[in-house]
Write a protein that binds this ligand. Sequence first.
Ligand code: AMP
Length: 424
Amino acid sequence: MKSNRVKGTYDVLPNESGKWQKLESEIKDVMKLYGFHEMRTPIMEYSEVFHRENDLSDMVTKETYDFLDRSDRKLTLRPEGTAGVIRSYVENKLYVDMSQQKIYYIGPNFRYERPQKGRYRQFYQVGLEALGSMDPALDAEVITLSYDLIKRLGLKGVKVRLNSLGDHESRVIYQEALRAHFEPYKETLCQDCQIRIDKNPLRILDCKIDQKHEAVISAPTPIDYLNSFSKSYFEQVIRYLDAAGVKYELAPRLVRGLDYYSHTVFEIEANINGFGAQNVLGGGGRYQSLIQELGGPDLPGIGVAFGMERLLMAIDEENPGLYDSKALDVYVLTFGEDFKKESVKLLHDLRLASLSADMNYTNKSFKGQLKEALKYQAKFIIILGEDEYKQGFVAIKNTKTENQENVKIENIVSYLKAQNGVEL
Ligand code: AMP
């Protein structure tokens, strides 16, 4: 039976995985510089981890993959990384030993969204959570890390958009102001937003349907409702960002799609032609009650998540040179069964010497093997010709300079390693 991939999913093919690995390794380097450690949590959790009473975001109410396992347990494929990380932080009592934890994760998430370019039902995120501390310098650090990552990936024209939703008290007052503002427009808003007026008016601001509605455009902004603590907190975040030299712009209408944010919220946006909404590479914010909601102590956190596919799309567009690492050091060309044994030994010697090496196993002609070697972008090609071999030599061709030399068999590894100007 022939089957296709599930709608909204994709395969990472062997010729594309190098890009993923390169991106992951850049990410891991940055995380290390900032003292974040990786956490790996399961992709499925008990549904209550995501379906919490206070969360009315689209992601949680409309897009999760929920199912019963064979013992009728309610499980959910994670739609985002934060809740699982917090569940684990609480379950493993990571707050006991360390007053603050800096955690990152890379992995797949699942959302039942309408698939389109840059939007999938299974997609990868890299994200981080700094847990246990409420200090504006930490908010600034998380934003600075995001900014540095983007710069390191060579993405230009990327903006940090920044806003504050304030603390609980500020948000309650702001929500009242939003209710009063939207009430007269109730009939003209989409059905979901009509319900949101009462339940969670903040969500109206990032409704996909009512995006251009005059009431949304003219809505009051959270910054006008910050109490003095929240205002001073936000000013300090800005001061620390300035100190770190991070460029940002204030985005008064930014509220973000998840329900647990308070104080600082931000998004990282590229400016690539034709990307449209996919220009949002990542976003995050501070949260106050999530750890408690998941059964832990009253501790705060701040996090950010980037879509890996979006980062790769942006790199493809703006800095494809990032992936310019040749796949293979050496490709060995052989002739017939007579030299198979020698090729096998040579390949093993090369690999033991930490040179990546390969040969063809499908009985291709000399020309065919040469073509494959070039496809693999091998830096060197070794030709095991009968006459030379019998005299103790092989021919080594540098594919960049096209220079070819006969090299003594016992000197192959040292010759390759000594090649000047060619990085192995
Ligand atoms: P969110 O968790 O909704 O704040 O999203 C954070 C980032 O994840 C977004 O900025 C996107 O880069 C990425 N993202 C979210 N949903 C999807 C999706 N369905 N497909 C691909 N990337 C996504």
